[in-house]
Ligand binder design. Structure first.
Ligand code: PLP
Length: 391
């Protein structure tokens, strides 16, 4: 039985997989089992931001694996302490909680917002406002927070206390807040799975003002947009708007499973000993890798290159518009890039794969590009040439 047959027979059938088996990666290049080479414009869905087999990541994994992998959060370990310090020093936050995925980080954020108000004023405020077309994960609370029906289908009854409003519509937020049992607004500064749709700067500033006025918490889900993906360490820096709570995952440990929730001291007071926990959160292994990743990605030159290459990429995609009227829109921030078409995007993904380029389709008609942040202009040029041919 080959790998595809074995997977299809023994693994739960929850993924619509493309029939390719990958065996090796280096930088922005992946190889399949037939030795065919691909340029990776997806990075494991915005995860391997330093590329595959980055020497510093490989060295950190090997060193830490040979030293200490796990002891449990009943004790202290230096990599977790140092990573929390770094995240705090590089963000608005005062404290970090470590989880193992984006959904878990968001679950922690939802629990923190609820418990913060529960400690302050009992059970009165518990509702979370989130956005239509948002994506926050697949646990029961995070799929309820998610603003896409297809994710929730068949899992009813959902978790109580979530309100969905249209994204980028400040009046909808004001109206939803006529309900005074809301404890937080939860949103992505740039919706990723929802089609690479950025918040309008005026809107995001007003959301912050309104949350302050109402005395409720603002949660930014930066699971996809954080860690340099949008050309700044965190996407909210583009807007100069700070949340009370932020969640991270995906690129945090360049492919090792890790999530984090960071919060201001004020919001963090919602949790005490025993409020929340996870066995694997912030193990020495994943935390040391995240330290390495954060040290590299947070360098100003690294982020500047990411912004420049993102702009270059969007310019090149926009230039395809002249010849290809099927392109409706090119958008995104940094190296999180979307191209909306007025045809199905799936066949374009397949054709790109045939030509040795890995890209992705979301929302039926949008191509999503989230390459390793080390992608070069030459690699971008090669993809543009191939897209030009295919379109
Ligand atoms: C914005 C956002 N939040 C949460 C998640 C869920 O993360 P995970 O798949 O690690 O649970 C994702 C995953 O795509 C995401 O894009």
């Amino acid at each position: 039985m080959n790998t595809i047959e074995k997977t299809d027979k023994y693994v739960f059938n929850t993924y619509g997989r493309i029939k390719k088996v990958f065996v090796k990666g280096e930088g922005s290049t992946l190889w399949d089992q037939d030795g065919k080479k691909y340029t990776d414009f997806l990075a494991g869905i915005a995860v391997c931001s330093l590329g595959h087999s980055h020497p510093a990541v490989t060295e950190t994994i090997s060193r830490q694996a040979a030293t200490l992998v796990h002891v449990s959060n009943l004790y202290y370990t230096e990599p977790q302490a140092e990573l929390a310090k770094m995240l705090v020093e590089k963000s608005f936050a005062d404290r970090a909680f470590f989880a193992n995925s984006g959904a878990e980080a968001n679950e922690a954020a939802i629990k923190l917002a609820r418990r913060y108000f529960n400690q302050k004023e009992g059970n009165r405020r518990y509702k979370i406002i989130s956005m239509k077309q948002s994506f926050h994960g697949r646990t029961m609370a995070t799929l309820t927070a998610t603003g896409q029906d297809k994710i929730k289908h068949g899992f009813e009854p959902l978790v109580d206390g979530f309100i969905h409003i249209p994204f980028n519509d400040i009046n909808a937020l004001k109206e939803a807040l006529l309900d005074d049992t809301v404890c937080a607004v939860m949103m992505e500064p740039v919706q990723g799975e929802g089609g690479v749709v950025a918040a309008d700067p005026k809107y995001l500033n007003s959301v912050r003002e309104i949350c302050d006025k109402e005395g409720i918490l603002l949660i930014f889900d930066e699971v996809q947009t954080g860690m340099g993906r949008c050309g700044h360490l965190f996407a909210h820096e583009i807007y100069d708007v700070k949340p009370d709570i932020m969640t991270l995952a995906k690129a945090l440990a360049n492919g090792l499973p890790m999530g984090a929730m960071v919060a201001t001291q004020k919001a963090a007071q919602g949790f005490a000993v025993g409020s929340h926990a996870t066995t694997f959160g912030g193990t020495p292994l994943v935390a040391s890798v995240a330290i390495t990743v954060l040290s590299i990605i947070s360098q100003p030159k690294f982020l500047q290159d990411c912004r420049e290459n993102g702009e270059y990429f969007r310019e090149k995609l926009n230039s395809l518009k002249h010849n290809h009227p099927v392109i409706k829109d090119v958008r995104g921030k940094g190296l999180l890039v979307g191209m909306e078409l007025d045809i199905e995007a799936g066949p374009i993904v397949e054709k790109c794969l045939e030509k040795g380029f890995i890209i992705n389709a979301i929302q039926g008609n949008t191509l999503r590009f989230a390459p390793p942040l080390i992608i070069t202009k030459q690699e971008i040029d090669s993809l543009i040439e191939v897209l030009n041919g295919i379109l």
